[in-house]
Write a protein that binds this ligand. Structure first.
Ligand SMILES: NC(=O)c1ccc[n+]([C@@H]2O[C@H](COP(=O)([O-])OP(=O)(O)OC[C@H]3O[C@@H](n4cnc5c(N)ncnc54)[C@H](OP(=O)(O)O)[C@@H]3O)[C@@H](O)[C@H]2O)c1
Length: 290
């Protein structure tokens, strides 16, 4: 559910891996299937996937959620009647606080979280470009051994890992995104400029201090200690990338800032920590975006 860039990338991999995969689109359609096109390294592959019927009442066994963070709650609520305690739901969405939000209303849901470093963008509906290879981590905090279903996903998705400490992976991504995303969005620059432009690298350093302080208070001292080096590495490895928040701001689309810097700010408040830089970035990104 969420057949955008990442959703189509994973639907393609799962279906190719032999797991019969259907797309849940936002709006009802008379179409029963759709041609899904994935471009990578100049080659184009096409396969047909079923479209889930909006009238269908049958329980869903495995649901991969790949909407933007701000759409997750409404999207899952829209199909809650098809989910029960046997439904496996994997949230592959940037940002934090989503599982808690869903759990509060739907405590019976069987939720897992995932994070990816793959890069993809939409060319047209159900036509995407897989722009950067990466890895996928899936887990539920504290669940050491993967459940049975995971083996099939692991076979289908290249470079996929079960992560019993998924919270650390999510917090790491959150900490880096809190720095890279808003700064690139506000300064309209590719990631690499955060290292090469002196005034921007100073901002990165100050923001690293603030984010590290909050990570440490939240019990992630390991992430806090290495944050400046980790951010520098990500900026170097993704120097030519234009962050998703930058693209959202440029296209006048809503951003995921409430679930990234907004979540961090909530944690800071819970611990009585001032976070003026994050606060300012949130306001400025919101003034730029829809
Ligand atoms: N793209 C990347 O390279 C990348 C990399 C790492 C992580 N991520 C994260 O992955 C998540 C998805 O990103 P994305 O780039 O794939 O976004 P995207 O291209 O905007 O795709 C999101 C999709 O969700 C659909 N959607 C929204 N509400 C829905 C609903 N109620 N029911 C069904 N579908 C619904 C949207 O439909 P409409 O088309 O109708 O709006 C859209 O097709 C985000 O959290 C993003 O930060 C992305």
């Amino acid at each position: 559910m969420g057949a955008g860039a990442i959703g189509c990338l994973y639907a393609d991999a799962l279906d190719r891996g032999g797991l019969q995969t259907s797309l849940i689109l936002r709006h009802a359609t008379d179409q029963q299937s759709v041609a899904l096109i994935v471009e990578r390294e100049g080659a184009k592959e096409q396969r047909y996937l079923n479209i889930a019927n909006h009238q269908d009442l049958e329980p869903i066994l495995h649901l991969l959620v790949t909407t933007k963070a701000f759409d997750v709650y409404a999207a899952v609520s829209g199909i809650a009647h098809r989910l029960n305690e046997n439904s496996v739901i994997v949230l592959l969405v940037n940002g934090m606080g989503l599982a808690e939000q869903l759990n509060a209303t739907y405590p019976h849901l069987n939720l897992y979280c995932a994070t990816t470093t793959h890069g993809a963008y939409r060319i047209a509906p159900q036509h995407i470009c897989h722009a950067g290879l990466g890895e996928t981590r899936i887990g539920r905090q504290g669940l050491e051994q993967p459940p049975d279903w995971y083996g099939l996903w692991d076979d289908a998705i290249e470079n996929c890992h079960w992560d019993a400490n998924i919270n650390t992976a999510l917090w790491f991504k959150l900490a880096v995104n809190c720095i890279v995303n808003p700064l690139t969005a506000l300064h309209h620059c590719p990631n690499g400029e955060l290292a090469t432009d002196r005034s921007l690298s100073d901002k990165v350093a100050h923001l690293c201090d603030e984010v590290s302080h909050i990570c440490r208070a939240a019990g992630h001292a390991d992430i806090a200690d290495l944050l400046p080096q980790s951010v520098a590495r990500v900026i170097r490895q993704t120097a030519t990338n234009r962050s998703s928040m930058l693209q959202d701001v440029e296209h006048g689309r809503p951003t995921e800032i409430d679930y990234i810097n907004g979540f961090l700010l909530q944690v800071a408040e819970q611990h009585g920590i001032a976070a003026p830089l994050n606060n300012e970035l949130i306001q400025r990104v919101k003034n730029h975006a829809v």
